[in-house]
Design a protein around this ligand. Sequence first.
Ligand SMILES: *Cc1c(COP(=O)(O)O)cnc(C)c1O
Length: 407
Amino acid sequence: MTFRREETVQIPESDLEGMSVDTLAVRAGQLRTDQLEHSDAIFPTSSFVYGSAAQAAARFGGEEPGNIYSRFTNPTVQAFEGRIAAMEGGERAVATASGMAAILSTCISLLKSGDHVICSRGVFGTTNVLFQKYLARFGVETTFVSLTNYEEWQQAIRPETRMLFLETPSNPLCEVADLAELSRLAKASDALLVVDNCFCTPVLQRPLELGADIVIHSATKYLDGQGRCVGGVVVGSEKLMEEVYGFLRSAGPTMSPFNAWVFHKGLETLPIRMRAHCDNALELALWLEQQNAVESVYYAGLQSHPQHELAKKQQKGFGGVLSFRVKGGRDEAWRFIDATRMISITANLGDVKTTITHPATTTHGRLSPEDKDHAGITENLIRLSVGIEDVEDLKTDLMRGFDALGS
Ligand SMILES: *Cc1c(COP(=O)(O)O)cnc(C)c1O
C-alpha cells in the first residue's frame, strides 16, 4: 500500500532540496501536526509538559530533544525560522522580537569589548544609534564609511575589526554595495560581513550566496508585508547562529508564536508581492523622471542610477522603495505629500499599501545638518515605498501632488 503525501505528518526538507525561493516560500518549514491541517497550526503556549519526571530531567539535561519553554523554542517560531533559513540559503535562522533585537543579538553575541565595526553611513537610523550610543559604551567602536566607496572600507580596516555591517540598497537613495567585493575584504580581515537584507528580501537578493556571513531582517517590513507585526530574524551558519541563539535564550527578546505564524504565512506570498512591488516601482520611477517638477529620481532600476549594472548583476529585481527630489524645498515637498489622498503618510515601508515619507523631518530627522548633507537627505527629498495597488491609480494620486505644485 502506498501512502499519499497528505498522510505524512511533515514534508521532509530533503524533498525540497534545490527548489526555488518561490517554492520554498510556500513549502519549506511546514508545520503539520497529526490533525493533518493544510495550513499551519499555531502554538500559543509559554511552556510544555512532560510525560514523567524522568522525561523532564532528560529535556533539561539535553539528552532528549524537545520543547521546554517558549523563550527557548516554540514550534511555530521554529516553522518560521526553517522557512526563512531555506529561502536565504542559510543553515539556520533565529527569530527575534524585532529587527533591532536581531541586530542587537547579533552584535552582543559575536562581538566583545575592544572589537571594531565598520558600518555603512545611512543605515536605518536606530541601527546607527545602537552602534554609536550603546555598543560604544561596552567598548565596541564603530567607523562609518560610504556604502559605495570600497577604498573607504579598505582604509577603515584595523587589526581589531571584527564586523562589516551594511544595508543594500540603502535608504532612501537606493545606493548599491558590491557584496562579493566586500565579502572578500571581510574574509581577508577575519571579520564577519553582516547584511541587513530588509529592502530586497531573499526573493531579490541572497547575500549568503555572495559571501556574506549573516543576513538580518526586520520581518516587520516585506516579510509580513501587511503591517501587522513587529519582528526580526538572523540567518547564517549553524555555528554562528548557535551563538546568537544562546544570547537570545538568556536575554529574552524572542519572537512570539502569534507573530511567527503571521510572518510564516506572510512568506507564502512574498515572491508574488515582491514582483508586484518591483513592477510598480520601476513604472513610477520612469514616470517621475518625466515630470517637470521633479529634479531627480533615485531607483537602481533606472539607467541613470550609478550602480544600475551592479544591481542588475547582484539582485533579481530593484525593489519597491524609491525616492525623488521635487524642485524647491521643504514647502514644496510637504505640499506635494499633503496633496495625495490615497497614499499613506507614514514612515513605515515594505507594505502592500504605498507609503510616502519626508525623510529630512522624520526617519532622518535626528541626523546633524552635516550628516544629512553627507547622506543626501535634502528638504526637497520624498521617499515612496511603492505598494501593490494599480499603478495607474498611484499615478492619479501622485498627480494631485504635482497639481498642488502647479506643474
Ligand atoms: C525597520 C528597519 C529595521 C528595524 O526593524 P524593527 O523591526 O523596526 O525593529 C532595521 N533595518 C532596516 C533596514 C529597517 O527598515
